[in-house]
Design a protein around this ligand. Structure first.
Ligand code: GLN
Length: 243
């Protein structure tokens, strides 16, 4: 049984980010892979060692401030699980909080968990629009699409980007980097939600979670023609606009 945890589903669910959890779960169930979902809110107990896929969605500055204390109190357990290969997808606000700090427009510094060597500072203008990103998943090049809307600009220290921006802004609109990757932690600015739109990435996360539980082998293919077509159309448009 795989256990999926959506942390702070009420506070971290911008632009339908919950769809990432739904896609992960549906794609498991369509293949008869047993899976359960735990929603964990502020003050509720959670043992990260029991989680196979953790999801942290996006949230506004206000929401990030509201849950900061609770999330910080969980740092040690989360760090340990990450080192142990926990599969984690963190989008936008959730991504920012794994870093060292987030500095708001007002100059307030919201401390992050410091698990990833990166920081975020609110920029003068919001970075909004559709994005195309190229990334390597098990040495296979994959192009994913999504939608970004953030004022925070993230700069990476000693951590790899998730991918290269082909169109859109990505981490900061300057260095063409998008997201961050550490072990089985995937951070991204792409809402969309990301996984329903990008089934290759969704299946890769499922595969990683299963491998960590000692279950290897290929996933049974699903009927993804519609998703693949939507992605191809989106990519074509985005790349034409930048080309
Ligand atoms: N508060 C963050 C920002 O605006 C995150 C927003 C988001 O999660 N979309 O940069």
């Amino acid at each position: 049984m795989l256990t999926v945890c959506h942390l702070y589903p009420d506070l971290l669910n911008l632009y339908g980010d919950r769809g990432n959890v739904m896609a992960f779960v549906r794609r498991c169930r369509w293949r008869n892979i047993p899976v359960q979902v735990k929603e964990v809110n502020i003050g509720e107990t959670l043992d990260f060692a029991e989680v196979d896929f953790l999801f942290l969605g996006g949230g506004s500055d206000r929401e990030q401030t509201l849950l900061n204390k609770d999330l910080t109190s969980r740092t040690a357990g989360l760090r340990e699980a990450i080192e142990d290969g926990l599969v984690l997808l963190a989008i936008c606000g959730g991504y920012q909080m794994l870093g060292r700090y987030y500095r708001t427009h007002e100059g307030e510094e919201i401390p992050g968990l410091g698990i990833l060597d990166l920081y975020t500072e609110a920029g003068a203008r919001r970075l909004i629009g559709n994005v195309a990103v190229e990334m390597l998943l098990d040495n296979i090049t994959v192009k994913v699409t999504g939608f970004e809307n953030h004022s925070g600009q993230t700069f990476l220290g000693d951590v790899s980007p998730l991918g290269k921006v082909l169109a859109g802004f990505g981490n900061n609109g300057r260095d063409k980097q998008e997201g961050a990757r550490y072990k089985n932690v995937f951070c991204s600015y792409l809402h969309g939600p990301l996984l329903p739109k990008n089934t290759v990435l969704a299946d890769y996360l499922i595969t990683l979670a299963m491998r960590r539980r000692g279950i290897s082998g290929d996933l049974q293919p699903l009927e993804d023609a519609l998703e693949e077509r939507a992605n191809a159309v989106m990519l074509e448009r985005l790349l034409k606009n930048t080309g």
